[in-house]
Design a protein. Structure first.
Length: 317
């Protein structure tokens, strides 16, 4: 089926207003705010500090240190996996050739080991003449490694070591919790500080949730997703067969960066299967909201219609 035809069918489905589920309105007691900066999941609250299995070494850290970034691969919903992107900050440009960063993984005892073979830069410094200009290029050094929950569970892994070839340990993460819903990793704050990374306010604690298949995001960047608006969007979504992600992952909460996005599971795949790419966005419909209007007579409440858009999770969502 062509992409154009798929989009046409999806548009027809959305415009028709067909509800795939005759779902009643949910009660307030069932509501869970997906963004709550004060909420602490049980597995984080019960965590009592780094175990004796995790240590950082005094190994050499290169001047341009690689830093780990946890991302989500496109179309990874339904897969119990997470991806660590190891990147050197910034980029370089000029008359050069770059051999990409290489990664090798291994299992040592109960440690899952990632070894970085840093990128190599070869500068073309031969004489330049007008008729023989070099080809300018911009390059960033990074590489991704995807780790599955099964890989870690098979040998009861309790940490992830990130090493640099011939230089030593860059960073270690303790695997503080691992189950069918998430992986919870903790890094020593002093190790993050050494790499110039944030380490306060629990930034050394990372939770990566394993989203169910057909997880989607509803959003409109102009809408303040306060509790009242969240409830309206959830009712709007339920009427279209979309269930809140918290129905499946009760302790899931969005990050500060994603606080105005609501996560749902498209149980029947009616919409998710029409979204080919993570950055593809489609209008799901309009919703009526009450907003404050500031005019010459002061503040007044007005009823407005706002569009709600749907997409699949991106790499940082």
């Amino acid at each position: 089926m062509s992409k154009y035809l798929k989009k046409t069918l999806l548009t027809a489905l959305l415009v028709s207003g067909i509800s795939l589920h005759a779902l009643p309105s949910f009660a307030d007691k069932d509501f869970i705010a997906q963004h709550d900066p004060h909420y602490i999941p049980d597995f984080v609250d019960n965590y009592d500090g780094l175990s004796g299995t995790v240590r950082t070494t005094s190994g050499i850290v290169p001047a341009v240190a690689y830093r780990p970034v946890f991302i989500r691969e496109e179309n990874s919903s339904g897969k119990k996996e997470f991806t660590i992107r190891l990147e050197a900050p910034g980029s370089i440009a000029g008359c050069l050739n770059v051999r990409p960063t290489r990664l090798k993984t291994d299992k040592r005892g109960r440690a899952y080991v990632i070894e970085i073979d840093p990128a190599e830069v070869k500068i073309d410094d031969s004489p330049r003449y007008n008729q023989h200009p070099c080809k300018m290029s911009t390059n960033a050094a990074y590489a991704d490694v995807t780790i599955t929950s099964n890989e870690l569970q098979e040998f009861n892994a309790n940490k992830i070591d990130i090493n640099i070839r011939e230089m030593g340990t860059l960073l270690s993460y303790e695997i503080a919790a691992l189950d069918d819903e998430k992986v919870f990793l903790v890094a020593p704050p002093n190790a993050l500080a050494r790499l110039g990374m944030e380490y306060t306010d629990n930034n050394n604690k990372i939770v990566h949730w394993f989203y169910p298949k057909n997880t989607v995001i509803l959003f409109n960047n102009s809408i303040d997703m306060n509790e009242g608006n969240q409830k309206k969007v959830i009712e709007f979504a339920r009427a279209r067969g979309l269930l809140p992600l918290t129905d499946f992952l009760p302790q899931f909460r969005t990050s500060e960066a994603n606080k105005d996005k609501l996560y749902f599971v498209d149980v029947d795949g009616a919409y998710a299967h029409q979204l080919d790419e993570a950055d593809e966005i489609t209008k799901l419909g309009n919703i009526e909201l009450t907003e404050l209007n500031n005019n010459a007579e002061g503040l007044s409440k007005v009823e407005v219609k706002r569009p709600i858009f749907i997409k699949t999770p991106g790499i940082t969502e």
